[in-house]
Design a protein around this ligand. Sequence first.
Ligand code: HEM
Length: 410
Amino acid sequence: MATAQSGGREPFFIDDPALLDDPYAAFARYRAESPVYHHAPVDQWFVFRHGDVSDLFRDPRLSADRMKGFVDQAPEAVRPELRAIVPLFESWTIMKDGPEHTRLRHALNQGFNATAVKALAPLIEASANQLIDERVRDGRFDVADDYGFRLPAHILSDFLGVHVEDRDKIIEWSVDFVDFFNEIPITEATTHRLSRSVSAMNDYTMDLINERRRSPKNDFLGTLLASADTPGGLSDTEIVGNAILLLLAGHIAVRNMIGNIFFLLDGLPEARAQLDANPALLEPMVDEALRFEAPVTLIPRVALEPIEVAGITIPEGALVQLSIASANRDETQFPDPDRFDIARRPGHILSFGRGPHGCAGAHLARMQGAIATRVLLARYPAIRRDEDKPIVWYRTAANRGPINLPMRVD
Ligand code: HEM
Protein backbone atom coordinates (compact mmCIF):
# COMPACT_ATOMS: atom_id res chain seq x y z
CA MET A 1 0.00 0.00 0.00
CA ALA A 2 1.19 3.51 -0.75
CA THR A 3 2.69 5.29 2.22
CA ALA A 4 3.94 8.84 2.49
CA GLN A 5 6.06 8.64 5.59
CA SER A 6 9.75 8.16 6.05
CA GLY A 7 11.06 6.27 9.02
CA GLY A 8 11.36 2.73 7.66
CA ARG A 9 14.42 0.71 8.51
CA GLU A 10 16.09 1.15 5.12
CA PRO A 11 18.07 4.33 4.45
CA PHE A 12 16.59 6.70 1.90
CA PHE A 13 18.59 7.06 -1.31
CA ILE A 14 19.75 10.68 -0.80
CA ASP A 15 21.37 9.73 2.53
CA ASP A 16 23.18 6.59 1.43
CA PRO A 17 26.26 6.65 -0.86
CA ALA A 18 25.66 3.02 -1.92
CA LEU A 19 22.09 3.85 -2.97
CA LEU A 20 23.18 7.04 -4.73
CA ASP A 21 25.65 4.88 -6.61
CA ASP A 22 22.95 2.51 -7.81
CA PRO A 23 19.47 3.71 -6.85
CA TYR A 24 17.44 1.88 -9.48
CA ALA A 25 16.29 -1.15 -7.45
CA ALA A 26 15.29 1.23 -4.64
CA PHE A 27 13.42 3.43 -7.13
CA ALA A 28 11.47 0.38 -8.37
CA ARG A 29 10.46 -0.35 -4.75
CA TYR A 30 9.50 3.29 -4.13
CA ARG A 31 7.38 3.30 -7.32
CA ALA A 32 5.57 0.19 -6.09
CA GLU A 33 5.31 0.93 -2.37
CA SER A 34 5.75 4.65 -1.69
CA PRO A 35 5.36 6.56 -4.97
CA VAL A 36 4.99 9.79 -2.98
CA TYR A 37 7.37 9.89 -0.06
CA HIS A 38 7.90 12.45 2.66
CA HIS A 39 11.49 12.44 3.82
CA ALA A 40 11.31 13.98 7.27
CA PRO A 41 15.02 14.78 7.86
CA VAL A 42 14.95 17.34 5.04
CA ASP A 43 11.17 17.88 5.05
CA GLN A 44 10.86 17.25 1.30
CA TRP A 45 8.41 15.22 -0.77
CA PHE A 46 9.70 12.84 -3.44
CA VAL A 47 7.61 11.64 -6.40
CA PHE A 48 8.74 8.53 -8.28
CA ARG A 49 6.25 7.34 -10.91
CA HIS A 50 6.48 8.42 -14.56
CA GLY A 51 2.81 9.42 -14.85
CA ASP A 52 2.89 11.52 -11.67
CA VAL A 53 6.22 13.19 -12.47
CA SER A 54 5.09 13.96 -16.01
CA ASP A 55 1.76 15.43 -14.79
CA LEU A 56 3.41 17.49 -12.06
CA PHE A 57 5.86 19.06 -14.52
CA ARG A 58 2.78 20.61 -16.14
CA ASP A 59 0.76 21.33 -12.99
CA PRO A 60 0.32 25.09 -12.30
CA ARG A 61 -0.33 24.31 -8.62
CA LEU A 62 3.40 23.70 -8.37
CA SER A 63 5.65 26.73 -8.49
CA ALA A 64 9.07 26.61 -10.14
CA ASP A 65 10.25 29.37 -7.79
CA ARG A 66 12.20 27.12 -5.50
CA MET A 67 14.52 29.81 -4.14
CA LYS A 68 12.09 30.64 -1.34
CA GLY A 69 12.22 27.03 -0.28
CA PHE A 70 15.99 26.96 -0.58
CA VAL A 71 16.53 30.06 1.57
CA ASP A 72 14.41 28.62 4.37
CA GLN A 73 16.34 25.35 4.19
CA ALA A 74 19.78 26.95 4.41
CA PRO A 75 21.65 27.11 7.73
CA GLU A 76 20.56 30.18 9.72
CA ALA A 77 24.04 31.75 9.49
CA VAL A 78 24.06 32.01 5.68
CA ARG A 79 20.43 32.98 5.05
CA PRO A 80 21.19 36.74 4.78
CA GLU A 81 23.99 35.98 2.28
CA LEU A 82 21.61 33.85 0.25
CA ARG A 83 18.82 36.44 0.39
CA ALA A 84 21.19 39.03 -1.09
CA ILE A 85 21.69 36.97 -4.26
CA VAL A 86 18.12 35.75 -4.67
CA PRO A 87 17.19 38.70 -6.96
CA LEU A 88 19.52 37.34 -9.65
CA PHE A 89 17.91 33.90 -9.48
CA GLU A 90 14.49 35.52 -9.47
CA SER A 91 15.18 36.72 -13.02
CA TRP A 92 15.79 33.17 -14.27
CA THR A 93 13.17 31.70 -16.53
CA ILE A 94 13.62 28.41 -14.68
CA MET A 95 12.32 30.05 -11.46
CA LYS A 96 9.30 31.84 -12.95
CA ASP A 97 5.63 30.89 -13.14
CA GLY A 98 2.71 31.84 -15.40
CA PRO A 99 2.81 34.89 -17.70
CA GLU A 100 6.17 36.09 -16.37
CA HIS A 101 7.67 32.76 -17.33
CA THR A 102 6.06 32.93 -20.78
CA ARG A 103 7.50 36.41 -21.36
CA LEU A 104 11.04 35.45 -20.36
CA ARG A 105 11.00 32.13 -22.15
CA HIS A 106 9.68 33.73 -25.32
CA ALA A 107 12.48 36.31 -25.32
CA LEU A 108 15.07 33.64 -24.58
CA ASN A 109 13.77 31.42 -27.38
CA GLN A 110 14.30 34.27 -29.83
CA GLY A 111 18.02 34.36 -29.07
CA PHE A 112 18.16 30.62 -28.72
CA ASN A 113 16.26 29.81 -31.89
CA ALA A 114 16.55 26.66 -33.99
CA THR A 115 18.65 28.32 -36.72
CA ALA A 116 21.15 29.71 -34.20
CA VAL A 117 21.43 26.32 -32.51
CA LYS A 118 21.78 24.41 -35.78
CA ALA A 119 24.58 26.76 -36.79
CA LEU A 120 26.56 25.47 -33.79
CA ALA A 121 27.02 21.97 -35.30
CA PRO A 122 30.33 22.76 -37.13
CA LEU A 123 31.60 24.51 -34.00
CA ILE A 124 30.82 21.46 -31.86
CA GLU A 125 32.63 19.22 -34.34
CA ALA A 126 35.67 21.54 -34.49
CA SER A 127 35.82 21.90 -30.70
CA ALA A 128 35.54 18.12 -30.25
CA ASN A 129 38.46 17.56 -32.62
CA GLN A 130 40.47 20.33 -30.99
CA LEU A 131 40.01 18.85 -27.50
CA ILE A 132 41.08 15.42 -28.76
CA ASP A 133 44.14 16.93 -30.48
CA GLU A 134 45.13 18.88 -27.39
CA ARG A 135 44.32 16.49 -24.60
CA VAL A 136 45.06 12.94 -25.73
CA ARG A 137 48.39 12.13 -24.03
CA ASP A 138 50.28 8.84 -24.21
CA GLY A 139 47.23 7.10 -25.58
CA ARG A 140 45.07 8.23 -22.65
CA PHE A 141 42.04 10.49 -22.65
CA ASP A 142 39.68 11.38 -19.82
CA VAL A 143 36.34 11.42 -21.63
CA ALA A 144 34.61 13.24 -18.76
CA ASP A 145 37.21 15.82 -17.78
CA ASP A 146 39.13 16.35 -21.04
CA TYR A 147 36.08 16.17 -23.27
CA GLY A 148 32.58 16.24 -21.73
CA PHE A 149 33.48 18.96 -19.24
CA ARG A 150 35.18 21.27 -21.73
CA LEU A 151 33.12 20.85 -24.87
CA PRO A 152 29.91 22.52 -23.57
CA ALA A 153 31.94 25.28 -21.88
CA HIS A 154 33.56 26.08 -25.25
CA ILE A 155 30.24 25.99 -27.10
CA LEU A 156 28.33 28.12 -24.58
CA SER A 157 31.20 30.57 -24.22
CA ASP A 158 31.25 31.11 -27.98
CA PHE A 159 27.47 31.32 -28.11
CA LEU A 160 27.46 34.06 -25.46
CA GLY A 161 30.54 35.85 -26.75
CA VAL A 162 32.79 34.94 -23.77
CA HIS A 163 36.46 35.54 -24.59
CA VAL A 164 38.49 32.40 -25.24
CA GLU A 165 40.93 33.21 -22.42
CA ASP A 166 38.04 33.41 -19.93
CA ARG A 167 36.59 29.97 -20.59
CA ASP A 168 38.20 28.55 -17.45
CA LYS A 169 36.46 31.14 -15.29
CA ILE A 170 33.14 29.98 -16.70
CA ILE A 171 33.99 26.42 -15.73
CA GLU A 172 34.93 27.42 -12.17
CA TRP A 173 31.75 29.44 -11.58
CA SER A 174 29.59 26.77 -13.06
CA VAL A 175 30.93 24.15 -10.63
CA ASP A 176 30.18 26.43 -7.65
CA PHE A 177 26.59 26.85 -8.80
CA VAL A 178 26.02 23.18 -9.45
CA ASP A 179 27.47 22.17 -6.08
CA PHE A 180 25.19 24.62 -4.32
CA PHE A 181 22.02 23.39 -6.00
CA ASN A 182 22.94 19.73 -5.59
CA GLU A 183 23.89 19.69 -1.96
CA ILE A 184 20.93 18.53 0.14
CA PRO A 185 20.80 19.99 2.76
CA ILE A 186 22.45 23.30 1.79
CA THR A 187 25.77 23.93 3.57
CA GLU A 188 27.57 27.09 4.66
CA ALA A 189 30.58 26.26 2.47
CA THR A 190 28.61 25.87 -0.78
CA THR A 191 26.68 29.07 -0.01
CA HIS A 192 29.89 31.09 0.45
CA ARG A 193 31.30 29.77 -2.83
CA LEU A 194 28.02 30.48 -4.59
CA SER A 195 27.84 34.09 -3.48
CA ARG A 196 31.45 34.76 -4.56
CA SER A 197 30.80 33.27 -7.99
CA VAL A 198 27.48 35.05 -8.44
CA SER A 199 29.11 38.40 -7.94
CA ALA A 200 32.04 37.63 -10.31
CA MET A 201 29.77 36.20 -12.97
CA ASN A 202 27.37 39.10 -12.71
CA ASP A 203 30.15 41.65 -13.31
CA TYR A 204 31.62 39.64 -16.17
CA THR A 205 28.33 39.22 -18.02
CA MET A 206 27.44 42.89 -17.54
CA ASP A 207 30.77 43.76 -19.23
CA LEU A 208 29.87 41.47 -22.15
CA ILE A 209 26.54 43.23 -22.53
CA ASN A 210 28.15 46.66 -22.54
CA GLU A 211 30.64 45.43 -25.11
CA ARG A 212 27.80 44.17 -27.32
CA ARG A 213 26.08 47.56 -27.00
CA ARG A 214 29.26 49.27 -28.23
CA SER A 215 29.68 46.85 -31.16
CA PRO A 216 26.29 45.34 -32.02
CA LYS A 217 26.18 41.84 -33.52
CA ASN A 218 23.42 39.51 -34.55
CA ASP A 219 24.33 36.85 -31.95
CA PHE A 220 22.52 35.64 -28.82
CA LEU A 221 23.24 38.69 -26.64
CA GLY A 222 22.73 41.00 -29.61
CA THR A 223 19.28 39.49 -30.27
CA LEU A 224 18.22 39.85 -26.63
CA LEU A 225 19.48 43.44 -26.51
CA ALA A 226 17.71 44.31 -29.76
CA SER A 227 14.41 43.02 -28.38
CA ALA A 228 14.89 44.85 -25.06
CA ASP A 229 12.83 47.84 -26.16
CA THR A 230 9.96 45.80 -27.62
CA PRO A 231 6.94 44.77 -25.50
CA GLY A 232 8.00 41.89 -23.26
CA GLY A 233 11.69 42.56 -23.91
CA LEU A 234 14.23 41.85 -21.20
CA SER A 235 15.90 44.29 -18.81
CA ASP A 236 19.69 44.24 -18.41
CA THR A 237 19.34 42.34 -15.12
CA GLU A 238 17.16 39.76 -16.84
CA ILE A 239 19.61 39.39 -19.75
CA VAL A 240 22.55 38.95 -17.35
CA GLY A 241 20.63 36.55 -15.15
CA ASN A 242 19.44 34.37 -18.02
CA ALA A 243 22.81 34.38 -19.81
CA ILE A 244 24.26 33.03 -16.58
CA LEU A 245 21.46 30.49 -16.37
CA LEU A 246 22.37 29.15 -19.82
CA LEU A 247 26.00 28.74 -18.79
CA LEU A 248 24.96 26.77 -15.76
CA ALA A 249 22.08 24.77 -17.15
CA GLY A 250 24.03 23.80 -20.25
CA HIS A 251 27.34 22.71 -18.74
CA ILE A 252 27.52 19.95 -16.13
CA ALA A 253 24.45 18.13 -17.48
CA VAL A 254 26.17 17.83 -20.87
CA ARG A 255 29.36 16.56 -19.23
CA ASN A 256 27.28 13.97 -17.38
CA MET A 257 25.57 12.92 -20.62
CA ILE A 258 28.82 12.49 -22.60
CA GLY A 259 30.48 10.54 -19.78
CA ASN A 260 27.42 8.35 -19.31
CA ILE A 261 27.31 7.56 -23.06
CA PHE A 262 30.93 6.39 -23.17
CA PHE A 263 30.62 4.47 -19.89
CA LEU A 264 27.55 2.63 -21.18
CA LEU A 265 29.00 1.84 -24.62
CA ASP A 266 32.21 0.59 -23.02
CA GLY A 267 30.42 -1.69 -20.58
CA LEU A 268 28.04 -3.10 -23.19
CA PRO A 269 30.08 -4.19 -26.24
CA GLU A 270 26.97 -5.52 -27.97
CA ALA A 271 25.43 -2.02 -27.91
CA ARG A 272 28.68 -0.59 -29.26
CA ALA A 273 28.75 -3.22 -32.05
CA GLN A 274 25.13 -2.44 -32.90
CA LEU A 275 25.99 1.25 -33.21
CA ASP A 276 29.08 0.56 -35.35
CA ALA A 277 26.98 -1.61 -37.66
CA ASN A 278 24.21 0.96 -37.95
CA PRO A 279 25.26 4.62 -37.56
CA ALA A 280 21.60 5.65 -37.92
CA LEU A 281 21.26 4.47 -34.31
CA LEU A 282 23.48 7.33 -33.09
CA GLU A 283 20.64 9.69 -32.17
CA PRO A 284 18.35 6.99 -30.70
CA MET A 285 21.38 5.81 -28.68
CA VAL A 286 21.84 9.32 -27.23
CA ASP A 287 18.18 9.38 -26.18
CA GLU A 288 18.40 5.92 -24.69
CA ALA A 289 21.51 6.95 -22.72
CA LEU A 290 19.60 10.04 -21.52
CA ARG A 291 16.75 7.77 -20.39
CA PHE A 292 18.91 5.08 -18.83
CA GLU A 293 21.23 7.44 -16.94
CA ALA A 294 19.47 10.80 -16.66
CA PRO A 295 22.17 13.49 -16.24
CA VAL A 296 19.78 15.62 -14.15
CA THR A 297 17.95 13.23 -11.86
CA LEU A 298 15.78 15.40 -9.62
CA ILE A 299 13.87 18.66 -10.19
CA PRO A 300 12.39 20.68 -7.30
CA ARG A 301 9.05 22.50 -7.15
CA VAL A 302 7.04 24.23 -4.39
CA ALA A 303 3.37 23.32 -3.78
CA LEU A 304 1.19 26.46 -3.94
CA GLU A 305 -1.77 24.56 -2.48
CA PRO A 306 -2.41 21.05 -1.16
CA ILE A 307 -2.05 18.56 -4.05
CA GLU A 308 -3.23 14.97 -4.06
CA VAL A 309 -0.86 12.59 -5.83
CA ALA A 310 -1.27 8.79 -5.83
CA GLY A 311 -3.80 9.09 -3.01
CA ILE A 312 -1.51 11.16 -0.79
CA THR A 313 -1.93 14.85 -0.04
CA ILE A 314 1.19 16.95 -0.38
CA PRO A 315 0.66 20.04 1.82
CA GLU A 316 0.78 23.66 0.72
CA GLY A 317 4.29 25.09 0.88
CA ALA A 318 5.97 21.69 0.57
CA LEU A 319 9.20 21.31 -1.39
CA VAL A 320 8.46 18.61 -3.95
CA GLN A 321 11.25 16.69 -5.70
CA LEU A 322 10.35 15.12 -9.06
CA SER A 323 12.51 12.04 -9.67
CA ILE A 324 13.38 12.01 -13.35
CA ALA A 325 15.76 9.09 -12.86
CA SER A 326 13.00 6.93 -11.40
CA ALA A 327 10.38 8.04 -13.95
CA ASN A 328 12.75 7.11 -16.80
CA ARG A 329 12.94 3.54 -15.46
CA ASP A 330 9.19 3.18 -14.90
CA GLU A 331 8.16 -0.24 -16.18
CA THR A 332 4.66 0.98 -17.05
CA GLN A 333 6.22 3.36 -19.61
CA PHE A 334 9.35 1.53 -20.77
CA PRO A 335 9.20 -2.26 -21.12
CA ASP A 336 12.23 -3.97 -19.59
CA PRO A 337 13.37 -0.57 -18.25
CA ASP A 338 16.71 -1.71 -16.81
CA ARG A 339 17.93 -2.82 -20.24
CA PHE A 340 20.05 -0.32 -22.21
CA ASP A 341 18.64 -0.83 -25.69
CA ILE A 342 19.98 1.63 -28.25
CA ALA A 343 17.30 0.70 -30.78
CA ARG A 344 14.50 1.38 -28.28
CA ARG A 345 13.68 4.93 -29.45
CA PRO A 346 12.21 5.83 -26.06
CA GLY A 347 9.35 8.26 -26.59
CA HIS A 348 8.55 9.84 -23.27
CA ILE A 349 11.84 10.31 -21.49
CA LEU A 350 11.66 13.02 -18.86
CA SER A 351 15.39 13.81 -18.90
CA PHE A 352 14.68 17.33 -20.21
CA GLY A 353 11.64 17.88 -18.01
CA ARG A 354 8.31 18.56 -19.67
CA GLY A 355 5.74 21.32 -20.03
CA PRO A 356 6.44 25.05 -19.87
CA HIS A 357 9.91 24.65 -18.31
CA GLY A 358 11.00 21.81 -20.61
CA CYS A 359 14.70 22.25 -21.39
CA ALA A 360 15.42 25.19 -23.70
CA GLY A 361 18.70 23.55 -24.71
CA ALA A 362 17.47 20.00 -25.40
CA HIS A 363 18.29 20.21 -29.09
CA LEU A 364 21.74 21.63 -28.44
CA ALA A 365 22.38 18.98 -25.79
CA ARG A 366 21.37 16.12 -28.09
CA MET A 367 23.54 17.57 -30.87
CA GLN A 368 26.54 17.68 -28.54
CA GLY A 369 25.92 14.10 -27.41
CA ALA A 370 25.69 12.81 -30.97
CA ILE A 371 28.60 14.80 -32.43
CA ALA A 372 30.93 14.15 -29.46
CA THR A 373 30.25 10.41 -29.75
CA ARG A 374 30.61 10.25 -33.53
CA VAL A 375 33.87 12.26 -33.62
CA LEU A 376 35.61 10.36 -30.82
CA LEU A 377 34.55 6.89 -32.01
CA ALA A 378 35.62 7.74 -35.59
CA ARG A 379 39.08 8.85 -34.46
CA TYR A 380 39.61 6.11 -31.90
CA PRO A 381 37.43 3.10 -32.70
CA ALA A 382 39.34 0.97 -30.16
CA ILE A 383 38.66 3.34 -27.25
CA ARG A 384 38.22 1.44 -23.98
CA ARG A 385 38.33 1.91 -20.19
CA ASP A 386 41.72 2.61 -18.69
CA GLU A 387 41.71 -0.07 -16.01
CA ASP A 388 44.75 1.50 -14.28
CA LYS A 389 42.75 4.54 -13.24
CA PRO A 390 39.50 4.76 -11.30
CA ILE A 391 36.30 6.34 -12.54
CA VAL A 392 35.29 9.22 -10.26
CA TRP A 393 31.53 9.63 -10.16
CA TYR A 394 29.40 12.68 -9.57
CA ARG A 395 26.37 10.96 -8.18
CA THR A 396 24.49 13.40 -6.01
CA ALA A 397 20.77 13.47 -5.33
CA ALA A 398 20.23 15.60 -8.43
CA ASN A 399 23.10 14.74 -10.82
CA ARG A 400 24.52 11.63 -12.36
CA GLY A 401 27.64 11.24 -14.44
CA PRO A 402 31.41 10.77 -14.25
CA ILE A 403 33.80 13.55 -13.23
CA ASN A 404 36.67 11.38 -14.46
CA LEU A 405 36.28 8.64 -17.02
CA PRO A 406 39.85 7.63 -17.94
CA MET A 407 40.02 5.77 -21.25
CA ARG A 408 42.77 4.36 -23.49
CA VAL A 409 42.84 5.27 -27.13
CA ASP A 410 46.08 3.60 -28.25
C1 HEM B 1 22.00 16.70 -21.36
C2 HEM B 1 21.94 17.96 -21.06
C3 HEM B 1 20.79 18.62 -20.39
C4 HEM B 1 19.86 18.11 -19.53
C5 HEM B 1 19.76 16.69 -19.03
C6 HEM B 1 18.96 19.19 -19.18
C7 HEM B 1 17.87 19.06 -18.34
C8 HEM B 1 16.96 20.06 -18.07
C9 HEM B 1 15.78 19.90 -17.27
C10 HEM B 1 15.37 18.63 -16.57
C11 HEM B 1 15.12 21.09 -17.27
C12 HEM B 1 13.78 21.40 -16.58
C13 HEM B 1 13.94 22.24 -15.35
C14 HEM B 1 12.63 22.46 -14.62
O1 HEM B 1 11.59 21.93 -15.02
O2 HEM B 1 12.66 23.16 -13.62
C15 HEM B 1 15.91 22.02 -18.04
C16 HEM B 1 15.58 23.35 -18.24
C17 HEM B 1 16.40 24.23 -18.88
N1 HEM B 1 17.55 23.93 -19.58
FE1 HEM B 1 18.40 22.13 -19.79
N2 HEM B 1 19.37 20.33 -19.81
C18 HEM B 1 20.46 20.03 -20.58
C19 HEM B 1 21.17 20.89 -21.39
C20 HEM B 1 20.88 22.23 -21.55
C21 HEM B 1 21.61 23.13 -22.42
C22 HEM B 1 22.76 22.72 -23.34
C23 HEM B 1 21.05 24.36 -22.24
C24 HEM B 1 21.41 25.69 -22.85
C25 HEM B 1 22.53 26.06 -23.22
C26 HEM B 1 19.97 24.23 -21.29
C27 HEM B 1 19.17 25.26 -20.87
C28 HEM B 1 18.05 25.11 -20.10
C29 HEM B 1 17.20 26.23 -19.70
C30 HEM B 1 17.40 27.70 -20.05
C31 HEM B 1 16.16 25.67 -18.94
C32 HEM B 1 15.02 26.43 -18.28
C33 HEM B 1 13.82 26.47 -19.17
C34 HEM B 1 12.64 27.15 -18.51
O3 HEM B 1 12.57 27.25 -17.31
O4 HEM B 1 11.76 27.61 -19.26
N3 HEM B 1 19.90 22.93 -20.89
N4 HEM B 1 17.01 21.36 -18.54
